[in-house]
Structure formats: C-alpha cells, structure tokens
Design a binder for this molecule. Structure first.
Ligand code: MRU
Length: 336
C-alpha cells in the first residue's frame, strides 16, 4: 500500500508528487501557498477528493501563518488565500467544498487563536473523513461487482486521487477484500496518462490484476465481451451530468451500446445541487500537453490543439451512482 496521498505535517503539508509516478515515489513538503497552488495546477496533487483536502489544508496553512492580530484582518487574509487556491482548477467541486468548510470553521471562531485552531481541526477532519467515506463507497460498490468481474476504469479515481483507498478503485479494493476475484482494465487516459501512470501503479502495488489499454481500445474490448462493468470517479455531479476526466463520456456511450453497467463512484461532496451542465466551467489545459510527447513535438508547430480536461456524461447513461450513503439508481432527477 502506498503512503497517504496528502497529509498535514506540523504547519505545512506533505504530498506525493504524482507527476513523477510510476518511476519515483517522492513526497514533497510544502509550507507555502504559492507552492501548493503550483502543485495543484501541475497535477502533482490531483483527483477531486484530494483537491478538497489540499484546499482545506491550504487555507489552514494560511491561517496558521497569519500574523494578523484582529479577526477582521485574519479573515481577510484567509479569504484571499481561499480565492487564490479556488482559482487553480475550476471543474472539481471538492476543491471549493474543502476550502469553504475551513473558511466557515475559522469564521465562526471568536478570536484569532481560536480561528487558527478551528481551521486546523476542520482540515484534519476533512482528511480523516475522506478515508471513512471511501471505505463506505467501497463496501456499497463491492456488492455490485460480480465475482470474476473484469472492470474497466478511466483516469485515476484511486487512493492517489483521495487520501487513500479511492472511490472507483475503492470499489475494486473492497470487492477484492470481500474475497472476489476482480481484474481491472485501466484506460491510459491521454494526454497526462493518469490511468497508465497512476491507476496501474497503485493496483499493481496492491497485487490487484491490472492491464493498461489505450483509450481507444475500450469499445473494442466491450464488443469482444472482455468488460463486465465500468466504474469511474467524478469531479462534479450536477442534476443532469457527471463531469469526469475527458474520455469518460465515450465509455458511457459504448457501455450503453453493449449493455454493460456504467457506475460512477463519488462522495456526496462531489454533488453540486446548484449548477447545471452549461454553468460549469470545464478546464482547458495547455495545448502543449497534446502537442509535445516525451519532450518531442508530435503536432506541427502552429496547428491548434483543444485540450479539455473533463467531459460531461448525461446521467441517463449511468446505471448507478455509488456514494458513501448507498447506491443511487435512475432516475436521478430530482437528485436526493
Ligand atoms: O485532472 P485530474 O487528474 O485531477 O482528473 C481526475 C479525475 O478525473 C478523477 O476521475 C476524478 O477526480 C475522481 S477522483 C476520485
């Protein structure tokens, strides 16, 4: 089992630099907000629940470092830190959720000292809850996975995307823990290869059978009868769609075509009760992530690349949403 993806260390944070995996498992100690923001933008820390924890610890770190004597100045600094972190990545709702929980805890305190304490306690609570939440998602989801199942997943919704255990991979881990034989087909997940680099790494570390395919192989394997179900994570679930890593939607369409169950595993903190699909900003990342591969330019200079980080899967393609409270079944409208 790999170490916790992200944790508090004194007044700072320690996290796995996921850009170095699978070759190097390196922990980064971080005590400043700029560094944390860079880590989030570069995907050193990534995955919706881990972003929630990172946002929470980021605000707690700013709170601990504040030299303000009065609550007004202290809270203004905390809000600045919060908005700075919130702007790093727009799609995963958990980032803002973690940030807002810590802000609210600090804001309810009556002195700067108490607010600092409350911020740290709340951030630690968010990190601790994450493991319990993932375990609960895992045990609800494991019941849906038949013995011998060949599960397809996309991107990384594992321990590396949370504090530990994972959401989609938590379902796999819990099924294995329950004595089921399960194997995983991990889509490599162009362009940043979270499936090939991260999902395969963490499952192999746990001795869970895994193979990696190119994203475009998924439909072919479904047609050949080599996939029994699809389980993915989510960055935001609105009343109409589930946002997840770009490519998820095509797996959902293909799964429906082949009569294969398509599950989304996500904590309640990933649900957005306010916005609809068209109001959510889908992160667009640097064209270079597509145009340069392994240090080599693979797309002619000057040719435009479109690099959406996420897509939206209509909920009518989803067979079930696995949460820590149980499995939601269609129709999902209105979302409970
Ligand atoms: O760009 P990333 O790597 O942060 O995207 C992550 C995903 O799309 C995950 O599937 C999602 O955050 C769920 S993680 C439990």
């Amino acid at each position: 089992m790999i170490p916790r993806t992200i944790a508090r260390k004194g007044e700072g944070i320690v996290f796995i630099d996921q850009t170095l995996l699978p070759e190097h498992l390196e922990m980064v100690e971080c005590t400043d907000l700029e560094r944390l923001a860079r880590a989030i933008r570069r995907l050193e820390v990534r995955g919706a629940p881990a972003l929630g924890i990172a946002g929470a610890y980021g605000v707690a770190m700013a709170a601990m470092q504040s030299e303000a004597a009065e609550m007004e100045g202290f809270l203004a600094e905390a809000v600045n830190a919060a908005e700075f972190l919130r702007a790093t990545r727009p799609t995963a709702v958990n980032l803002g959720w973690g940030i807002d929980r810590v802000l609210a805890a600090a804001g309810a305190a009556e002195s700067v000292g108490a607010a600092k304490e409350a911020a740290v306690v709340e951030a630690d609570r968010i990190a601790a809850e994450d493991e319990a939440t993932c375990r609960a998602i895992g045990s609800h989801g494991a019941a849906l996975i038949p013995d011998g199942a060949r599960v397809l997943t996309h991107c990384n919704a594992g321990g590396l995307a949370c504090s530990t255990w994972g959401t989609a991979l938590g379902v796999v881990r819990s099924a294995v823990e329950a004595g089921k034989k399960v194997s995983v087909t991990a889509c490599e997940t162009r362009p940043l290869l979270q499936g090939g680099r991260l999902t395969a790494f963490e499952l192999a570390e746990d001795g869970i059978p895994v193979r990696v395919i190119t994203d475009s192989t998924a439909a072919f394997l479904m047609r050949k009868g080599e996939i029994d179900c699809v389980v993915v994570g989510a960055d935001r679930i609105t009343r109409d769609v589930a946002f997840n890593k770009i490519g998820t939607y095509m797996h959902a369409v293909c799964a429906r075509h082949h009569g294969i169950p398509f599950y989304v595993a996500a904590p309640r903190s990933t649900f957005d009760q306010v916005l609809g699909e068209d109001e959510v900003e889908i992160e667009e990342r640097d064209e270079e992530e597509i145009a340069v591969f392994n240090g080599r330019r693979t797309v002619r200079e000057g040719v435009r690349c479109t690099n959406y980080a996420f897509d939206a899967t209509p909920l009518d393609l989803v067979s079930g949403i696995i949460t820590e409270e149980g499995v939601l079944r269609p129709p999902f409208d209105p979302m409970p």
